[in-house]
Design a protein around this ligand. Structure first.
Ligand code: OAD
Length: 263
């Protein structure tokens, strides 16, 4: 039996009896749905439109409040392009396995929480119930004047920057968290409450370089959680976890659920 199979069995044994499971996910979980990650190893011969986003685009010109103030048309066009990509994507077996994990844990009275850095809503669409969006959602847009949010039609905006339907003369922006902005307080409070209580903690498909999400694994480990990384490659968290499952989450997570719950 390979090392990886042994580790998978060990994690499955932990999952079978876990009472409190906390998961943090990142862009890698949606990679098998065809959505581009932000960073990470990219094959040199990969077409440009499949490369990690922050290799092709400058986050400081697109993902900050200053960028929006300087060029709202460019920023909203870019986010609308990504919004339509997210709406066209389908959840993959990794998302589905996490929804199944939640159902199994909940069915025996356990506690499950999924914190995602992803803005694509694919966890919800796969059936996950207790999802905390750390970086907001690109599917919702917000009036910069009133703060009201709504889900625009699944077609491109007609004008850029798009006008707000809530306040004359105001603009819309995606309801995401940009660099330099605060994360939603209720989501952060939930993470600070639940991560230290976890007995099993997963960090999945994230490079673990963007804080505060990258720090949750330590919060859990400090209080005794068994920590597991699922990732295609090494990350900033790899040396800090108890077990590493190396490979695509869309393959590893369904195998883990099968082993843990014999489905
Ligand atoms: P990154 O793009 O930084 O990291 C993606 C991770 O997924 C890398 O570690 C890859 O090795 C891994 N990966 C790729 N394909 C995978 C697969 N099929 N299965 C498992 N792992 C895979 O994405 P995040 O860590 O989510 O924030 O990035 C965090 C934040 O930085 C994002 O929310 C975004 C970005 O800037 C904002 O825009 C505010």
């Amino acid at each position: 039996m390979s090392d990886q199979t042994n580790i998978l069995r060990l994690v499955a044994d932990r999952l079978r009896v876990a009472r409190r499971v906390v998961v943090v996910t990142g862009a890698g979980v949606s990679a098998e749905s065809g959505l581009r990650t932000f960073r990470g190893a990219t094959a040199a011969d990969m077409p440009k439109d499949m490369q990690a986003l922050w290799r092709e685009f400058d986050p400081m010109k697109l993902a900050t409040p200053e960028a929006f103030d300087a060029n709202p048309e460019m920023v909203t066009r870019w986010y609308d392009w990504r919004r339509l990509g997210c709406l066209a994507a389908e959840p993959n077996p990794g998302h589905t396995a996490l929804a199944a994990m939640e159902r199994h844990i909940a069915s025996r009275g356990g506690d499950f929480a999924l914190f995602t850095q992803n803005v694509d809503r694919l966890h919800h669409r796969a059936g996950s119930q207790r999802v905390f969006e750390l970086h907001g959602s690109i599917i919702e847009w917000r009036c910069v004047q009133t703060g009201e949010t709504f889900e625009p039609e699944p077609t491109p905006f007609e004008r850029f920057p798009p006008p707000s339907p809530f306040h004359p003369g105001a603009l819309l922006r995606p309801n995401v968290v940009w660099f330099g902005e605060a994360l939603p307080e209720s989501v952060l409070l939930a993470a600070f409450d639940l991560a230290p209580k976890a007995d099993l903690f997963f960090t999945i498909g994230t490079s673990s370089v963007v804080y505060p999400a990258a720090g949750f694994v330590e919060m859990a480990a400090r209080e005794g959680a068994f920590t597991v990384e699922v990732n295609k490659d090494d990350t900033a968290a790899t040396t800090r976890v108890d077990a590493v499952l190396r490979g695509p989450s869309g393959e590893i997570l369904p195998r883990l659920i099968e082993l843990a719950f014999e489905v």
